[in-house]
Design a protein around this ligand. Sequence first.
Ligand code: ADP
Length: 487
Amino acid sequence: MGGMTVETILGRMFIDGNWERGERERFRVVNPANGQQVGDAPIASDEDVARAIDAASRAFRGWSGLPAEDRSKYLHAIADEVMNQIDDLARMVTLEQGKPYNEARAEVKYGADFWRWYAEEARRVYGEIVPAPRGRRIAVIKQPTGVTAAITPWNFPSSMVSRKLAPALAAGNTVILKPAEQTPLSAVLLFEIFEKVGLPEGVANLVTGRPEHIGGILMNDFRVRHVTFTGSTEVGLLLAKQAAAQLKRVSLELGGHAPIIVFADADLDLAVEQILASKLRNMGQACISANRLLVEGPIAEDFHSKLASRLESLRIGDGSVDGVQVGPVIDEQSFNKISSQVDEAKNEGAHILVGGERWLGSTEGYFYRPTLVTEVTPAMRLFREETFGPVLASTVFHSEQEAILLANDCTYGLASYLFTPDIDKATRVSEALEFGVVGINNALPMAAQAPWGGWKLSGVGREGGHWGIDEFLETKYLSIGVTEQTR
Ligand code: ADP
């Protein structure tokens, strides 16, 4: 496909089964590749958010009361329709978020995987029967937590919505979604699909607008019993504090600062390709993105130069153009954060092997060149803070123990990676890493069937697999009195 035409898209909210454009204030949605307006979306009023909560709580009884098989059918229909519309959904992701079109397709497919997986998982919410004292029976059943608020980020504007809404709906919960203000339009397309498959009114509601405002109302309403959030650690901590006041359940998928350990015995070509794929997917704007490269002394120079020459060879540009491998970062604020971290490291003695500056191939958009910084020390901000850009920060280590210490020297604990063919070493190191995900000779661990989530400041709870639906279920214990008959 060639360049895409930019039409202005009118975002809408979806409340209680109705589309609402409203005569309200609106906010602009821009294409990060050229700064042009893609569309806009309404700013929800207090009353809009309250109506969405009312609708979700009214719909809860009916939706949670459906046989699992019926909910499963809706989810299968959504999965089918997402795949039917993959071209349009992917085009929208590229337009409002900037990633290359092929990656956008992969994202939409990844979202469909969640609809499919939870369509199946809905039917496997098993309970347990436990041996009981005389005169009783003990049964344990799982039931939906209730009305769920879902707040999603801009980096994966389609799949993050699917990853949350699929298990929530499968479990029998009803939902109010607030997508990120940079990327509300991908969510609108998904809600058009919900309407098309006939999801009952009020089961899924979409509100857009000012995050603190909408968040405040959702978090203050006791009927909302669960908040599931993906985004920054800063906002996640705020939501956790707000949730504590009403003891709402929280599922938080927050920042990461993934270490990637390359031992001297690793297959270096494999490691280079995997690191590139991990680092440059979505221009490094992923919480599982490989950030802190830890390379064993004897191979460091060779490895850095292999990596640098591959980084130099990548094609940068508007993600809608064929063959582009690296798009823009989301906005000016992100761009400035990336460049200030790199500039600071340079001033403090790190060495820029490749990149380290704006890409000059376009005068518009927020393009940062894929970058490799070496001689990074743990004192530097580049080592300590999540970068969220196409930058690899490399530090050399000299023993297995040092690699583990460096990797764990971090307040985050989402993804980590290591490369070595030595199974003993891989086992020891993966057990010592304080992270929720460890990639062993693999830096692309995404899969709907696996548990995603972080340790430390990377979050609480898991998304994906059978663990993902548990987040949306309460446990109920039935103590049943039984009059015993003598046999
Ligand atoms: P980033 O810094 O990557 O944009 P954020 O954590 O700010 O990540 O955003 C993730 C999601 O959280 C977005 O949907 C955003 O609108 C929302 N958000 C931001 N601030 C708040 C808040 N105070 N309350 C609720 N949601 C918020």
